[in-house]
Design a protein around this ligand. Structure first.
Ligand code: OGA
Ligand code: MN
Length: 285
């Protein structure tokens, strides 16, 4: 049983216990829904880290979201303002500022040589207010994009740079990310090999069109993102404990919303890396 979340994308999947889904039992149905609807919501789940990692691994190779900082074995990388020592990072802390980068429209890992297919995100500790996660369909937006904008991004190669999206947040974050993540180029449209559906593939990390980093090129990127994220295209998810969201990084943009930073907000997050069978060939320059 499914229930729509938004007129153009996203469904809530009812009556599934994610702990019981295996490659042989239940996964194929979920993968079909994922390719079709781009965003899946499951409520009332009880995934601990081990069950979350096991469920994530059904989708593909699990990405190290700490990018090497945590060692070799895949581990849960919480999206959280709680430090390892248990204290809460305040509004001016670099950790909070880096997390605030999540509040810019993006798709995960577009800046990596092996981009993400999916994110499996679960609520662990929620703030008393705020902290929603919002989504749009870049498949629906690509279908609806006006011709003047379409002609500027059809068939082009975008450059993606994590630091680009941090330039207005903190000089220190900018420098750190710039040194760590080289520029990454991908074609502007990702074709889903299962159903042939095309989606725009860009983010707030996108800094150039066909190598052109001019203000005009950056304005085109900003205009396209603005079109994609018009209010009536947004599904805003208000978290409840037990919620798990799985989204298609190839066909959506998302962003987190602010919350009172003196309160803890912790989401458990796994990214799954895209493989050739997910259509990587369609974005390779
Ligand atoms: C993420 C992310 C947004 C949020 O986990 O990739 O962008 O609401 N999260 O925390
Ligand atoms: Mn994200």
């Amino acid at each position: 049983m499914i229930r729509p979340l938004h007129p153009t994308f996203g469904v809530e999947v009812l009556d599934v216990d994610l702990r019981e889904v295996t490659a042989e039992h239940g996964f194929a149905e979920l993968r079909t829904l994922f390719d079709e609807h781009s965003l899946l919501l499951f409520r009332g789940q009880t995934l601990d880290d081990a069950a979350h990692l096991r469920f994530g691994a059904l989708w593909g190779p699990i990405e190290d979201r700490s990018y090497g900082a945590m060692g070799d074995a895949p581990r849960m990388d919480n999206v959280s303002n709680r430090r390892d020592d248990g204290t809460i990072a305040g509004a001016d802390d670099l950790l909070t500022m880096d997390l605030s980068g999540n509040q810019l429209w993006h798709t995960d890992s577009i800046f990596l040589p092996r981009p993400a297919l999916a994110n499996v995100l679960a609520a662990r500790v929620l703030s008393s207010t705020g902290g929603e996660t919002e989504f749009v369909s870049t498949r629906a937006a690509w279908r609806d994009l006006p011709d003047d904008l379409r002609s500027k991004v059809e068939g082009v190669v975008f450059t993606h740079r994590l630091a680009h999206s941090r330039r207005d947040i903190s000089r220190e974050l900018y420098e750190r990310h710039r040194a760590r993540f080289p520029d990454q180029e991908w074609r502007s449209v990702w074709t889903n090999p299962v159903n042939g559906r095309e989606a725009l593939y860009l983010a707030s990390h996108t800094c150039a069109i066909d190598g052109n980093e001019s203000p005009e090129a950056q304005q085109v990127v900003a205009d396209v993102i603005a079109f994609c994220t018009q209010p009536d295209r947004v599904y805003s998810h208000t978290w409840q404990l037990g919620d798990v969201l799985v989204w298609d990084e190839r066909a959506t943009l998302h962003r987190g919303r602010p919350w009172p930073y003196e309160e803890e907000r912790t989401l458990a997050s796994i990214c799954v890396t895209a493989t050739e069978s997910d259509g990587l060939g369609s974005i390779r320059p």
